[in-house]
Structure formats: structure tokens, C-alpha cells
Ligand binder design. Structure first.
Ligand SMILES: NC(=O)c1ccc[n+]([C@@H]2O[C@H](COP(=O)([O-])OP(=O)(O)OC[C@H]3O[C@@H](n4cnc5c(N)ncnc54)[C@H](O)[C@@H]3O)[C@@H](O)[C@H]2O)c1
Length: 244
């Protein structure tokens, strides 16, 4: 069952909305009564998403690395109560082979993208005395072969989230992260199948997670139910991060 956390009357900006996790997140938030502004770089995928969701969802093409574009989108919205930062890219290269362009793309998309939306929106949330920010980490932060750039980005996102949570704690604005494990959607489907199969065998629950299961956790942190949770990372990985 999805959509346990009502969000009637709230408005959410979701970046990376047309991706595997983004689509599920928009559906769960909209299902809870939230108006959703679904933003993504990919105009074609956004057009498909527009067809899937109801009238309370609007789609906007957005490059989160473009600070002026982010600020212009925020200025055009009446009020945004919830920010979910899902825009992301994954590129794997071992340390010896990392090139500057790849590193810049990964850091710009995840870190600058997250900072750009937070810088544009949190002053308004603070002024309203209410806000929920949910950023995306990953259990890949703990280390994967070829994952230096991605881990650097996710580590930065967790640090930014905790620092912002402290700055905003007294103003009704919470900032948290969700750290998914291996999910049967989105960017994990772009890695080779034998790699996926080998990794999936290590998951204590014996299966990949679903996009809906991540969306449900995002919806919790984005809801009034999570009013006393800030600066935390909710790891959602079927037990993969526990250890052995
Ligand atoms: N799928 C997984 O297993 C998994 C696991 C851990 C963490 N995550 C994280 O979850 C988030 C969503 O991942 P996903 O699996 O849905 O990936 P995805 O590739 O399906 O979706 C990412 C979306 O971000 C968009 N995007 C990329 N660059 C952008 C930019 N500059 N501006 C705006 N939009 C941009 C893409 O167009 C795409 O629609 C990412 O932060 C990812 O790191 C995913």
C-alpha cells in the first residue's frame, strides 16, 4: 500500500522527477493530496510523466546546475513546502581513470543541484515557518569499486543536509536524506546485468528494493509525521548496510 502520509494542501518541488525514483515519488506525493511540481532536465521523459499524473501535477524542464533557472522556477511558484532532490547521474571510473569532465558532471549535478534548490527555497520555507527538504544519498557512499566520484557527491550531500538541518532547526524546516540500497528502477538498471545479479545476492532480504518503497520513505520525511526528525539519513536497503 502506498500513500500513507497525507500531504493535502502542501506543494512539493521534485527534481529528477522523470527518473525511476522520481516518477514513484511524484505518484506517492500526489496520491497523498500534494500538489507536485515535477522538474527534470529530460523534456521527453517529462512529457510522458505528465500523461501519467493527474491535474495537480505540473511539469517543468529544469537543469538543477543552472542556479538562475532554479531561482526563476522558484520565483514562479506560489509556495513550496516540500523539496525533494532526486536529480542525479551515475558514472563509474576507477581512481586512476577518473577524468575531470566526468567528476565535474557528477559533482555539479548532485552537489550544486542540491545546493541550488536549497538556497532558492529554504529562505522562503523559513519565512513560512514550515518546510521539508529530502535529499538523496546512497549506500554507495560506504564505498564501491569505481565509485569515487559518486561517493564524493553523496558524502557532500549528507554533510550539506546535516549542516542545513542545524541552521534551519529552529524555524520549522527539516532537512533529511534517504540512502537507498539497490533499487529495481532508475539508474541501477543502467549497470550490467551480471553485476546487478551478483550484488543482489548479497541483500539479506533476498531481493532488490522497489521505487515505491523509496518513495514511501521520502513521503514520510516530507510529511507532518516526521516533524521531530532532522539532520538524519534513513537507509533503505533490505539490510544490505548492516554488515556481516
Ligand atoms: N536507483 C537506485 O538504485 C539508486 C540507489 C541509491 C541512490 N539513488 C539516487 O536516487 C536519485 C534518483 O535516481 P534514479 O535511480 O531515479 O535515477 P534516474 O537516472 O532514473 O533519474 C535521474 C533523473 O535526474 C535527471 N537529471 C539528470 N541531470 C539533471 C539536471 N542537471 N537537472 C535536472 N534533472 C537532471 C535525469 O534526467 C533523470 O530523469 C539519484 O540521486 C540517485 O543517485 C538511486
Amino acid at each position: 500500500m502506498f500513500g500513507r502520509y497525507p500531504a493535502a494542501g502542501r506543494t512539493a518541488l521534485v527534481t529528477g522527477a522523470a527518473g525511476g525514483l522520481g516518477r514513484a515519488c511524484c505518484a506517492v506525493l500526489a496520491g497523498g493530496g500534494c500538489r507536485v511540481i515535477a522538474a527534470d532536465l529530460d523534456a521527453g521523459a517529462l512529457a510522458e510523466l505528465a500523461g501519467e499524473l493527474g491535474d495537480d501535477t505540473t511539469t517543468r524542464q529544469l537543469d538543477v546546475t543552472d542556479r538562475a533557472a532554479v531561482e526563476s522556477l522558484v520565483a514562479s511558484a506560489d509556495r513550496v513546502d516540500v523539496l525533494v532532490n532526486l536529480a542525479g547521474v551515475i558514472r563509474n571510473q576507477t581512481l586512476a581513470k577518473i577524468d575531470d569532465a566526468m567528476l565535474q558532471l557528477v559533482l555539479d549535478t548532485h552537489v550544486m543541484g542540491t545546493l541550488n534548490t536549497m538556497r532558492a527555497l529554504t529562505p522562503l520555507m523559513r519565512a513560512n515557518g514550515y518546510g521539508r527538504v529530502v535529499n538523496m544519498s546512497s549506500i554507495a557512499l560506504r564505498g564501491t569499486v569505481g565509485g569515487c566520484a559518486y561517493a564524493a557527491a553523496k558524502g557532500a550531500i549528507e554533510g550539506v543536509s546535516r549542516s542545513a538541518a542545524l541552521e534551519l532547526a529552529s524555524s520549522g524546516v527539516t532537512v533529511n536524506c534517504v540512502a537507498p540500497g539497490l533499487i529495481d528502477a532508475g539508474m541501477f538498471l543502467t549497470v550490467p546485468e551480471d553485476y546487478r545479479r551478483e550484488k543482489a545476492q548479497r541483500i539479506p532480504m533476498g531481493r532488490l528494493g522497489t521505487a515505491g518503497e523509496i518513495a514511501e520513505c521520502i513521503a514520510f520525511l516530507a510529511s507532518d509525521a516526521a516533524s521531530y526528525v532532522t539532520g538524519q539519513t534513513l537507509t533503505v536497503c533490505g539490510g544490505l548496510s548492516i554488515g556481516f
